[in-house]
Write a protein that binds this ligand. Structure first.
Ligand code: 6PG
Length: 473
């Protein structure tokens, strides 16, 4: 039909939807967006780059009617019921072969259900993780598509054009079957939670433990970002300390409540890791620490009851800052190792066929957890695409060498002076357990058999054994 002129449609013109659509238009694709709020359609058009083809409409039908066939459209709406509502509205308007993308942070089991439901109607449904925030959406996000490879081929040119580029390669790839795209994004967010937790622990030690002010803090994170810790999260951290509050004469960071919010993706990562099962204790600790932060009133009561034991860290500043840099680097690598190990197992257990080396390649640019370290990990996975855990790679082991003693030292000083370092400690304990050939869990097996006849295996012969354990007075 003559009026089917648009290459791509977006449902939901909030800042993410608008920016991503404008990014597509900037790359030469004709773009149409729908939002019930017609002001958002107008805002879309007024913020388009001159010479690009961008249109905002106020009904879904108007958008669907103007899309080229097979229609390629994405929704960026809140996860949960809004996604199902949009699907219900779309079904009568779509035709066989059309491609519907959910670009939000949906739970992967919801995505799988929707993939199967729309498959029956011969409509492709793809769960696509998109990372990079509002700015990234406009300038180049990291994109994690999963689902039908045939449908991916239709959207690939558009996604490759808008994605971030690293060494000329687009930070997007088909990352597996079914709901793999949203699964990978969920784990991305789990790692994001963990690294943010670790950075906040270093902030506490630098700020209260060493007494650094905001200007000094910014300088420390800047110097770290100039080194091995170069990453998006460390980079924004250095800027945050310098932001002036527009309501008081203080720095904004000092005026922000310490109750941290969360939309659930970190929790989902932990829940799913437990089910697989794969140990990801730094991510678990990050989720728990955010939860603990919301118990503000109880924490205030406990603070009054136990009084603060936190003291100054009595190590020369420069020495401790150097140790902390190594500690953060070490623990951050553990976060990636845990998340990637989870993907390695989930790929098989959940039959998603996730190409983990491609995940690492895609995460190198555009996303919230991008860092120079991912370049090293990418090399490790190119050497061994089936690497079950980053810690088993020789080059990664080399990167960690010499740093673990600094992590130990930081934890010793933090615990002696009373600062909570749950993430750093979880990273170290995970490392120490992972590199231990014989753990004390033989005792747990003995206890299980003692009280519950759960049986145990022996080290010297195969089989399951049970013992009538003696009680000693
Ligand atoms: C991204 C972010 C993005 C969002 C998180 C925040 O990759 O761009 O992860 O998806 O900022 O959902 O999650 P919380 O609100 O749970 O911290």
């Amino acid at each position: 039909m003559a009026n089917q002129i648009f290459d791509f449609g977006m449902i939901g013109l909030g800042v993410m939807g608008r920016n991503l659509l404008l990014n597509m238009a900037d790359h030469g694709f004709s773009a149409i967006g729908f939002d019930k709020d017609t002001q958002k359609g107008a805002a879309l058009e007024s913020s388009a780059t001159a010479g690009t083809t961008v249109k905002g409409v106020g009904t879904l039908k108007e958008m669907i009617d103007q899309l080229k066939s097979p229609r390629k459209l994405m929704m960026l709406v809140p996860a949960g019921k809004p996604v199902d509502d949009v699907i219900a509205d779309l079904i009568p308007l779509l035709e066989k072969g059309d491609i519907v993308i959910d670009g939000g942070n949906s739970h992967y089991t919801d995505t799988l259900r929707r993939v199967n439901y729309l498959h029956e109607k011969e409509i492709h449904f793809m769960g696509v993780g998109i990372s990079g925030g509002e700015h990234g959406a406009r300038t180049g996000p990291s994109i994690m598509p999963g689902g039908d490879p045939e449908a991916y081929e239709f959207v690939k040119p558009i996604l490759e054009a808008v994605a971030a580029k690293v060494n000329g390669s687009a930070c997007v790839a088909h990352l597996g079957k079914g709901a793999a795209g949203h699964y990978v994004k969920m784990v991305h967010n789990g790692i994001e939670y963990a690294i943010m937790q670790l950075i906040s622990e270093t902030y506490e030690l630098l700020h209260h433990g060493l007494g650094l002010n905001n200007d000094e803090l910014s300088k420390v994170y800047k110097s770290w970002n100039d080194g091995d810790l170069k990453s998006f999260l460390v980079e924004i951290t250095k800027d945050i300390f310098l932001q002036q509050d527009d309501k008081t004469s203080n720095r904004l960071v000092d005026m922000i409540s310490d109750k941290a919010g969360s939309k659930g993706t970190g929790k989902w990562t932990s829940q799913d890791a437990m089910d697989l099962p794969v140990p990801i204790p730094v991510i678990d600790m990050a989720v728990a620490s955010r939860e603990l932060s919301t118990y503000k009133e109880e924490r205030a009561q406990a603070a009054a009851l136990y009084k603060s034991t936190a003291m100054k860290i009595e190590v020369p500043r420069e020495v401790f800052i150097q140790q902390l840099e190594d500690a953060l680097y070490f623990a951050t690598i553990i976060c990636y190792a845990q998340g990637l190990a989870m993907l390695h197992v989930a790929s098989k257990e959940l039959d998603m066929e996730i190409p983990v080396p491609e995940v690492v390649r895609v995460w190198r640019g555009g996303c919230i957890i991008r860092s120079v370290s991912l370049e090293d990990f990418y090399k490790a996975f190119q050497t061994n695409p089936q690497l079950p855990n980053l810690l088993l790679d020789n080059s990664v082991a080399h990167l960690l060498q010499g740093k673990v003693k600094h992590l130990r030292n930081v934890i010793i000083h933090a615990t002696q002076t009373g600062y909570p370092v749950a993430g750093l400690a979880a990273a170290l304990s995970y490392f120490d357990a992972y590199r231990t050939e014989r753990l004390p869990t033989n005792l747990i097996q003995a206890q299980r058999d003692n009280f519950g006849a759960h049986t145990y295996q022996r080290i010297d012969m195969p089989g399951a054994f049970h013992t009538e354990w003696k009680t000693v007075d």
